[in-house]
Design a protein around this ligand. Structure first.
Ligand code: UDP
Ligand code: MG
Length: 329
């Protein structure tokens, strides 16, 4: 099968310890790839191995040997989903680039719908899930609250129930590549880019195999990262807290004076109130220090200007020796 030097469509898939699911993924992609090729031209699949400790890379490598449409990118270690994704997006050469997960929760059958919207003139097309399979209700509610907060604080439209399953045009991708922030929240950064954006809907299933890599603490970290990387609202919350406490304590002082002058209560009283004032102000000051520190740390990490990911090896599908070397970040 001859491969055009520049494919029309690239599909980017980050892979971290997905050995149990990869064979299913390759099988699942097969029909969709053939369909896309027929209607739109050459397709490539970029699989980014994000420092897996299982057999994922050798499976990816073997797939590249079997199928010239596959490109394997081996990162030097585990950089995390968002960075693996950027590594893949920047290696991809397609006119349009679609990112999806390896576990088939993002069904390949949706791919033609995404491309159809691109043909209608949209630069970014999000795949939005209608149901979330058997995901626990806890995850549903937290996700819901999170989307609301992020919209409020960031001021950009973050499409609800939309993960990293999306299509981007070349020009949108070029703009995304100019955003080198270390604390990345792609789901907020992509809407920020602008250009015509839209969504398509699909039913989200469960992982085809293996375990989720997003336990509770990682979800929380991602949520805070999202909020902090899209806005400085937590910093500004200092003003609000101060105002609130100020009015509470002004009220309290007026009451103390009234009590003394009108009812003649003795002034030396109120161990409890002094203690609560000290504790409340102390805690709030520490909390604010913590938030300042968080932003200061982020600023520090950003000014270091390290690369976002490091590629150890790129493996192109066997029939494609002419492919240009990729450009690391
Ligand atoms: N992933 C990755 N690096 C990581 C964690 C996850 O590349 O450190 C990949 C993983 O292989 C999958 C995608 O990111 O393709 C989403 O992860 P997962 O399915 O575990 O998340 P969930 O769908 O449960 O939110
Ligand atoms: Mg998943």
């Amino acid at each position: 099968m001859a491969l055009k030097s520049v494919p029309t469509i690239s599909i980017v898939i980050p892979v971290y310890n997905e050995a149990p699911v990869l064979a299913l993924l390759f099988a699942g992609l097969k029909a969709s790839l053939a369909g896309l090729e027929q209607t739109h031209g050459a397709v490539e699949v970029v699989l980014v191995n994000d420092g897996s400790s299982d057999a994922s890379w050798s499976l990816i490598s073997a797939q590249c040997d079997r199928d010239p449409r596959y490109v394997g990118v081996n990162l030097s270690r585990n950089f995390g989903h968002q960075f693996a994704l950027v590594g893949g997006l920047e290696t991809a050469r397609g006119e349009v680039v679609i990112s999806m997960d390896a576990d088939l929760q993002d069904p390949p059958e949706v791919l033609p719908q995404l491309v159809a919207k691109y043909r209608d003139g949209y630069d970014v097309v999000y795949a939005t899930r209608l149901t979330r399979g058997r995901e626990r209700w806890g995850k549903r509610i937290t996700a819901d609250v999170f989307y609301r907060i992020i919209e409020k604080v960031s001021g950009v439209t973050v499409y609800k129930d939309t993960g990293d399953f999306r299509l981007m045009s070349r020009r949108a991708l070029v703009e995304l590549s100019r955003m080198r922030e270390v604390h990345r929240f792609l789901r907020g950064m992509v809407p920020w880019i602008g250009f015509p954006q839209t969504q398509v809907f699909y039913d989200r299933g469960d992982r085809a195999a293996g375990e989720t890599h997003y336990p509770w603490h990682k979800m929380l970290a991602l949520a805070f990262d999202g909020i902090a990387s899209m806005s400085t609202a937590p910093l500004r919350s200092a003003y609000l807290l101060c105002l609130l406490l100020f009015s509470v304590f002004i009220g309290y002082i007026m009451w103390v004076l009234f009590d003394h002058f009108v009812y003649g209560s003795p002034l030396v009283q109120g161990w409890t109130s002094i203690m609560s004032a000290i504790t409340i102000f102390g805690t709030i000051e520490l909390l604010m220090f913590g938030i300042f520190g968080e932003y200061l740390g982020r600023t520090y990490e950003q000014v270091k200007q390290r690369p976002l990911y490091i590629i150890a090896e790129v493996k192109h599908g066997s029939n494609d020796p002419s492919s240009p070397p990729s450009t690391p970040s």
